[in-house]
Design a binder for this molecule. Structure first.
Ligand SMILES: Cc1cc2nc3c(=O)[nH]c(=O)nc-3n(C[C@H](O)[C@H](O)[C@H](O)COP(=O)(O)OP(=O)(O)OC[C@H]3O[C@@H](n4cnc5c(N)ncnc54)[C@H](O)[C@@H]3O)c2cc1C
Length: 355
């Protein structure tokens, strides 16, 4: 049976960043990423990939700040598919709340943009927001792991079907019948929180899975089109330049779905809901709203990401509630800090790729 210092279960953007952080902090550690499908094919593949510097709590604001710097650095070092974008926050409520929520809020600006079909709701104010970008999240996960291939074993098409305590470590049973021994295990399963291999361990965290819908608008964004964040509605309008259309993300309130049966196609009610929210801010775009993307994500009771040791040496990381891309570097840093990855004499040396 092969043995590693760290097995990361789940090859989404959070699993990829955890592998990156683990190797950076412990270059001598042997690390394997186990992914049931292909890297980045879970929630990460559907993500809008928006990073905006904001957080409703002090912890999330601090995670945002950390992640902001890591994404900035990795984008250059690894050539990640990330594009900076100007941004505006529109809000009708308490301006102090807006100022407390967003880092890097700039000058006040006009909340209306008739050229793009945006109307200002009564009482709306707007501010520029600096430091925003959006990413091809599946591409990011793939690129991060591609750069680690000499140090990290990536096993795709490999489902983890059982995790058993085994002395001072863990024995993972894989779908194709082989086993892997790991001193430490991280579960980064995205919305697959109820997989039988860990459902009982994860249950005490009280996580739930919510459907997420983002509509695609058939309108070509100008090269300098900004991201518009509708603060009151937790919605945003994003120019997806590489794809040649806008994306409108709004809050879908359908809870307790499963990633295996939520479906990848829009229901009629999804488009009706998207159009209703869009109509309040961008009536000129409602008749362009005919398609979109659907999936789901895990949410915690506190609406903050979770990094929690479920039993000695086995840590859950995720439940970032629709913010798992933008907070992935901070989640990874907290996760690696929660693991004791100091070298053990019983563990084999890192596997080097044959040249
Ligand atoms: C439509 C949509 C829009 C979004 N927009 C944004 C956004 O703008 N900004 C933002 O920050 N976030 C956004 N999110 C949220 C973000 O995409 C997720 O939080 C993030 O991708 C979660 O990453 P992850 O690695 O935890 O999960 P995933 O990407 O789902 O990865 C988990 C992986 O675990 C694997 N797995 C599951 N079970 C097993 C098993 N038994 N064995 C082996 N592997 C297993 C899965 O195959 C999967 O690849 C959005 C999400 C959606 C759905």
């Amino acid at each position: 049976m092969d043995t590693v210092d760290l097995a990361v279960v789940g090859g989404g953007v959070i699993g990829a960043l955890i592998a990156h952080e683990a190797v950076a902090a412990h270059p001598e550690a042997t690390v394997a990423v186990l992914e049931r499908g292909l890297i980045g094919q879970g929630a990460s593949s559907r993500s809008a990939g928006v990073h905006f510097p904001r957080g409703a709590t002090a912890r999330v604001r601090s995670m945002t700040e950390h992640s902001h710097h890591v994404w900035e650095r990795l984008a250059g070092e690894l050539g990640l598919p990330i594009r900076e974008v100007d941004a505006t926050v529109v809000a009708t409520g308490d301006a102090d709340n807006v100022r407390a929520t967003y880092l890097r809020l700039g000058d006040e600006t006009s909340p209306a943009d008739p050229d793009r079909g945006l109307a200002a709701p009564a009482g709306a104010r707007a501010w520029t927001l600096h430091g925003c970008h959006y990413a091809d999240v599946q591409g990011v996960a793939g690129r991060v792991l591609a750069a680690l291939r000499d140090q990290v074993t990536v096993l795709e098409g490999t489902e983890v079907t059982e995790i058993a305590a085994d002395g001072d470590g863990h024995r993972l049973t894989l779908g194709h019948g082989r086993q892997l021994r790991a001193r430490r295990v991280v579960l980064a399963p995205g919305p697959w929180i109820a997989h039988p291999a860990w459902a009982e361990l994860v249950a005490p965290l009280g996580l739930r899975v919510k459907k997420i819908v983002a509509a695609h608008l058939e309108a070509s964004p100008a090269p300098d089109a900004p991201l518009t964040v509708f603060h009151d509605e937790d919605a945003f309008l994003l120019p997806l330049h590489e794809r040649g259309h806008y994306l409108f993300s709004y809050t879908c309130d359908r809870w307790d779905v499963s990633p295996d049966d939520v479906g990848l196609v829009l229901e009629r009610s999804d488009l009706d809901d998207a159009r209703a929210v869009l109509g309040r801010f961008a009536p000129g775009l409602v008749d362009r709203c005919d398609s979109g993307r659907v999936f789901c994500d895990a949410y915690s009771p506190r609406r903050e990401p979770v990094v929690a040791e479920l039993r000695p040496g086995l840590v859950f990381a995720g439940a970032a509630g629709g913010s798992g891309y933008r907070l992935a570097p901070a989640i990874a840093a907290e996760t690696v800090a929660a693991l004791d990855l100091t070298p053990s004499r019983t563990v084999s040396q890192p596997r080097q790729r044959q040249s």
